[in-house]
Design a protein around this ligand. Structure first.
Ligand SMILES: Cc1ncc(COP(=O)(O)O)c(C=O)c1O
Length: 452
């Protein structure tokens, strides 16, 4: 499982004059292109930059390469599939791997809890859009079309589609894009530093924040509310861990009012919390689960929306004769390369026991990370499973600048972390070794001391 000590052969030799055309996502383009950071190769726990610098991956790419980079079984499955069946439509046609993978996911990821149907999408954003559309159409299909309202939460990230940014709660992702979806409201965030700072794992304080859903029911009436969507652990907003009891209470309130509960598990599924789904970790069964990233170990873009059988059955029952039950889908739903990658990924997770490995490492991760308490600028540390966050005090008048400098300093020292606002977010591949956890934290410690 450990990475080779020498860089795999690299053929990347980027021509600086070609840097202009790619409008990079969620990136300060002008600054990046003045001083680019280019990754050329990867294997196991490591990247290599274009100039051969070895970098420990503290973020599994973007929370997604859970089985480590360029896993040979996944690589080989994709290569074989590309040569055998490059593409097949799944509109009115099919191919075996899409059915096999859907079947296995439903049987193996969180079995016995009714999440028996899966709709394949292209990414997390499209999985979220799918779930929101299914929620609206579900109520209409069962004759309750007045339920048009969708409830998200402050400080949530649900991707970048109009559905996702509407229910999402991160200001920079919303403010430039006009009125968005109508009929959306938001729960309060679960994060309160005053009561939760330096909690190890789930904070004790804050279960009562779920009652905020009752406030929205009181404001809008349950008869107008279709669904609530939350990340079990908010990732991109800085690893905000739900207080003990919060998610269970949200489930109870949804049940009391006939509201669907959607868990956006684009980050938390596939072992990040030591289980197939965060839902299993928290012991709460949602009506739908969105995922992506770890679904294919990110080797081929793909997403999926899991749906409870009763939701699917409602569509089947409500559609007369042999009509199409849901007018929704993507050209790449169930793409053969994604299905091949996904099946191989599932095998790797199981054969290498990676979810169990993550669960076993979580206490060490927690202890090691919390050793950064008391370091310069650190105002909070959060963790759950193999997710972690170190939040820094902002520099006066320069939001995010200090955390960004910690990111670049750590990168120069050979560790890639992620920065979101004032927070350093961490999510290593599940194959991480204890010594590599030490390396991540030691490097962060040095960077925190160096950055003013
Ligand atoms: C919780 C959550 N939902 C949705 C998304 C969007 O996924 P994608 O970037 O694949 O569209 C992300 C991405 O990080 C995410 O963390």
């Amino acid at each position: 499982m450990s990475a080779p000590s020498t860089a795999p052969e690299t053929n990347c030799n980027i021509d600086q004059s070609t840097l202009g055309a790619f409008w990079m996502p969620f990136t300060a383009n002008k600054a990046f292109k003045r001083s680019p950071r280019i990754l050329a190769k990867a294997k196991g726990m490591h990247y290599w930059t274009e100039d051969g610098h070895k970098v420990l991956d503290g973020t599994a790419g973007l929370w997604c390469v859970n089985a480590g980079h360029c896993n040979e079984r996944i690589v080989s499955a994709i290569q074989k599939q590309a040569a055998a069946l490059d593409f097949a439509p799944t509109f009115n046609m099919g191919h075996p791997l899409a059915f096999e993978y859907a079947h296995r996911l439903c049987q193996e990821l969180m079995p016995g809890k009714g999440l028996d149907q899966v709709f394949f999408t292209m990414c997390g954003s499209t999985a979220v859009d799918t779930a929101l559309k299914v929620a609206l159409a579900y109520h209409k299909a069962r004759g309750d079309g007045s339920r048009f309202r969708l409830i998200g939460r402050e400080r949530a990230y649900h991707g970048v589609g109009f559905g996702g940014i509407s229910v999402g709660g991160m200001l920079p992702n919303r403010r430039a894009f006009g009125p968005m979806l109508p009929g959306v409201d938001h729960l309060r965030t679960t994060y309160d530093r005053e009561h939760q700072a330096f909690s190890k794992g789930q904070p004790e304080w804050g279960a009562h924040l779920a009652e905020d859903l009752e406030r929205l029911v009181g404001l809008h009436d349950a008869s107008t509310i279709a669904a609530v969507i939350v990340e079990p652990v908010s990732g991109s907003a800085g690893v905000l861990v739900p207080p003990y009891g919060y998610l269970k209470r949200l489930r109870e309130i949804c049940d009391a009012h006939g509201i669907l509960l959607i868990f956006d598990e684009v980050i938390t599924a596939f072992g990040r919390l030591g289980k197939g789904m965060g839902a299993e970790y928290f012991g709460v069964v949602p009506d739908m689960v969105t995922c992506a990233k770890g679904l294919t170990n990110a080797a081929v873009p793909a997403g999926a929306t899991f749906v409870q059988k009763h939701v699917y059955d409602t569509f089947m029952g409500a559609t007369p004769g042999d009509g199409i039950e849901l007018f929704h889908g993507y050209t790449y739903s169930g793409h053969p390369l994604a299905m091949a990658a996904g099946l191989a990924t599932l095998d790797v997770y199981q054969d290498e026991g990676l979810f169990e490995r993550a669960a076993a490492l979580a206490p060490y991760w927690e202890e090691t990370l919390h050793a950064l308490k008391g370091h310069p600028h650190v105002v909070d540390i959060r963790n759950l499973g193999l997710m972690g966050a170190v939040e820094l005090a902002p520099r006066a008048g320069k939001p995010g600048q200090r955390a960004f400098q910690v990111f670049t300093t750590a990168l120069h020292k050979g560790v890639m972390v992620r920065v979101t606002g004032e927070t350093i977010a961490l999510s290593p591949p599940l194959i991480v070794e204890k010594g590599q956890i030490d390396q991540i934290v030691t490097t962060l410690s040095q960077a925190l001391h160096e950055v003013a």
